[in-house]
Design a protein around this ligand. Structure first.
Ligand SMILES: [Zn+2]
Length: 247
């Protein structure tokens, strides 16, 4: 099984041909890697740009221009083969020889950088899936941060600054709350991504810590508050808040 340093060298090998490039064509040969590829797997990649290629533990995470994150894992026997005008390379340094048998090329990316990237995995323990992390969590972060800062989502943004334009104490409260929410989400997301069994849970452990999001009708968790969480729709998105302690 590829170890952490190998996965990191794979990332460094793929980054130059993937980052800033669009998927011009994606071919998925098999729907049965570790988890089946989603029916919309190809559609969610083609035409999208890779904003950055990161790594968390042994997972490669491609941030897409759509807000999706493409999660890739090499499993036991997976590797990438990169073909471009300069020749062919297999990023990563492996103890065991990697398969070059095209019959095991399960997914092929054609990138606007001119590179053709084949994901080869004879034992099919590798995985690729989308995680709607950025777009999905954005709204959650906002709801959770506003609740921790005890600020109403109905409040006009201008009211967190003084008339002279200086930040009000409420602004600092909100900044602190956003930092706390992000830190919790990163900590929870990290632990869930390290655990194979939980990669299906889009939000990892963080969802167990929601104070308002998706808790309509439930009791507010602020100590001493007897409020009930309400939901309203703002600019097409559901916003959850406590009308009692968020002012
Ligand atoms: Zn409350």
């Amino acid at each position: 099984m590829p170890e952490l340093p190998e996965v990191e060298t794979v990332r460094r090998g793929l980054a130059p041909v993937m980052e800033g490039a669009r998927f011009t064509k994606v071919i998925a040969h098999r729907g049965d890697l570790r988890w089946p590829l989603a029916p919309d797997f190809v559609a969610r990649l083609e035409g999208k740009r890779v904003e950055g290629l990161g790594r968390r533990a042994k997972y490669l995470l491609a941030d897409l221009s759509s807000g999706d994150v493409l999660v890739m894992h090499l499993g036991m026997s997976g590797s990438f083969r990169v073909a471009r005008s300069g020749g062919k390379t297999t990023p990563g340094r492996y103890y065991h020889e990697r398969s070059k048998n095209a019959a095991h090329d399960h997914v092929v990316f054609h990138m606007s950088s001119g590179a053709r990237i084949a994901f080869n995995d004879p034992r099919r323990f590798g995985m690729m899936k989308h995680q709607k992390v950025v777009a999905g969590l954005g709204n959650i972060y906002v709801c959770e941060a506003l609740h921790r800062a005890r600020l109403s989502p109905k409040r006009r943004a201008s009211t967190i600054a003084t008339k002279a334009g200086a930040p009000h104490e409420r602004a600092q409260r909100l900044v602190d709350a956003i930092k706390a929410v992000l830190a919790d989400a990163i900590a929870a997301g990290g632990s869930s991504l390290r655990d194979h069994r939980r990669t299906d849970g889009e939000l990892g452990d963080f969802q167990h810590d929601f104070r308002v999001y998706d808790r309509e009708g439930k009791r507010c968790s602020t100590p001493g508050c007897k409020g009930t969480i309400r939901r309203m729709v703002q600019t097409g998105r559901s916003t959850f808040f406590c009308p009692v302690c968020q002012r």
